[in-house]
Write a protein that binds this ligand. Structure first.
Ligand SMILES: [Zn+2]
Length: 130
């Protein structure tokens, strides 16, 4: 009979992984997350929970990318409106010519890419892959 003073030698053969769904904290024993105080750790060895956690991570990554895209769209539209106010001819050219619109789109994509590199998404469950 195994107890705390004399742990079973077979205990190490049974892997155990408990994961916080909010911050990605992991532990070998079930307990509360030290960072997210009310969060109960989930069984990371359950394939359904692992899949759900990876899907949740992908959903958060997509939501963050969408947020960064909106930030870049708003900043480029703000720039274009500023250009209209400062120099109406340049502003009209930006909005009503194909090179102007292509330039605004390219600027939006560049800023979006830059924001993604400056503020990269931190995966919460990289240890669940593989
Ligand atoms: Zn947590």
């Amino acid at each position: 009979m195994a107890d705390a003073a004399h742990p079973s030698p077979y205990r190490a053969l049974v892997p155990s992984l408990w994961v916080c769904a909010d911050c990605g904290y992991r532990a070998e024993q079930r307990r509360g997350c030290p960072t997210c105080h009310d969060e109960v750790l989930l069984d990371g060895m359950d394939p359904d929970i692992r899949l759900w956690l990876l899907d949740e991570d992908a959903r958060r990554r997509d939501a963050r990318q969408t947020k960064l895209l909106w930030v870049s769209v708003v900043s480029v539209v703000g720039f274009a409106i500023g250009a209209v106010l400062v120099e109406p001819v340049v502003g009209v050219t930006l909005f009503f010519s194909i090179p102007g619109v292509v330039g605004l789109i390219a600027m939006t994509l560049f800023i979006w890419s830059l924001l993604g590199r400056v503020f990269p998404y931190r995966e919460r469950f990289p240890y669940l892959r593989g």
